[in-house]
Design a protein around this ligand. Structure first.
Ligand code: IPM
Ligand code: MG
Length: 357
């Protein structure tokens, strides 16, 4: 029997609540399947760790994670620690240190969840956003000089490399090819950003030649927000820069009814390092400890993790259980339900146990 070694990093806010729910569901899935099991190792990093040690994770943090098959991540962010410290202290060092260059964000309208788009329901919106996750606007290049003086200057430089753009483009084209519609939209802002974004367009055209069976088109990011809102069914797989896709994925989450159910995989497609799976929602301090955090995003990202581990059938079983439970109206208050984290989790577990697929 195959045992997967998973590092869990629940971190801040509701992170521990949703990761505990995800671990419970994954253990039940493994038992139901019988062909694999999980060995979870927990890491108590995050803002509490920061208050105690002055850093979000130990100096050798990446070494401690390196040997795992995947990382299951909760959320970071605390009211009393600046966001750029929590982000650059834990999540980004893992993404960038492990070269998880493909950030994969599926969006669909789940059954039972009401989406803001008129007359649209499940099936009308079925996207995967591929976000470049290693460079671009999040490269961390820049600086500040003459701090506090009238002549203060700050630069924030986006870095685009041929290697970085080519590999994310290949990833996006092959993901598009694996989906029934074989349709990719490449998003840039190459009218205004005439260096890096024009290179994106050129590389997209080069890589497209390797994928003659994928239909592709180009959109400017501003016009893309309109198309996502007014013509969602015309889109399938979408690739964009780190920042553009960050913004578009929030819009996608909102159009699908809730950012609270949206998952994300930070993937090293070459599998040199563990990939990391997390819900997109943040630490949500306003509801921490109340037992009403929505575990659906964590379950959905657990599906992504199972797929990454080659467990496609259990991934489908879990997704079906999530959809059945949502369709039955067993949902937390953020998506209009009145159930607790525990009740949603128990319902998903019951559905997994009862499924004969
Ligand atoms: C996301 C989030 C993060 C990001 C924040 C928390 C820095 O918005 O995963 O989309 O911008 O990458
Ligand atoms: Mg975001």
């Amino acid at each position: 029997m195959k045992t997967f070694n998973i590092a869990t990093i629940p971190a801040d806010g509701i992170g521990p609540e949703v990761i505990a729910a995800g671990v419970a569901v994954l253990d039940v899935l493994a038992a139901r399947d019988g062909g694999f099991s999980f060995n979870f190792q927990n890491f108590d990093w995050g803002s509490d760790y920061y208050r105690a040690h002055g850093r979000m994770m130990p100096e050798d943090g990446l070494d401690l994670l390196k040997g795992h098959d995947a990382i299951f991540f909760g959320a970071v962010g605390a009211p009393d620690v600046p966001d750029h410290i929590t982000l650059w202290g834990l999540r980004l060092p893992i993404c960038q240190g492990f070269d998880q260059y493909a950030n994969v964000r599926p969006t669909r309208i789940l059954p039972g969840i009401s989406a803001p788009l008129r007359d649209r329901g499940p099936g009308d919106l079925d996207w995967v956003i591929v976000r470049e996750n290693s460079e671009g606007e999040y490269a961390g290049h820049g600086g500040r000089a003459h701090r506090g003086l009238p002549e203060e200057v700050a630069t924030e430089t986006a870095i685009f490399t041929r290697v970085g753009v080519t590999r994310i483009m290949r990833y996006a084209f092959s993901l598009a090819r694996s989906r029934p519609r074989r349709l990719l939209t490449v998003v840039t802002k190459s009218n205004a950003q005439r260096h890096g974004m024009v290179m994106w367009d050129e590389i997209a055209a080069e890589v497209a030649a390797e994928f003659p069976d994928v239909t592709w088109d180009k959109m400017l990011v501003d016009a893309m927000t309109v198309r996502m809102t007014l013509d969602p069914a015309s889109l399938d797989t979408i690739v964009a820069t780190n920042l553009h896709a960050d913004i578009l994925s929030d819009l996608a989450g909102a159009l699908a009814g809730s950012l609270g159910v949206a998952p994300t995989g930070n993937i090293d497609p070459e599998r040199r390092f563990p990939s990391m799976f997390e819900p997109i929602h943040g630490s949500a301090f306003d509801i921490t400890g109340k037992g009403i955090a929505n575990p659906v995003a964590t379950f959905w990202t657990a599906c992504q993790m199972l797929e990454h581990l080659g467990q496609d059938a259990p991934a489908r079983r879990l997704m079906k259980a999530i959809e059945d439970v949502c369709a039955a109206g067993i949902m937390t208050p953020d998506v209009g339900g009145s159930s607790t984290t525990r009740e949603v989790t128990d319902a998903v577990i019951e559905s997994i146990r009862g499924s004969n697929r």
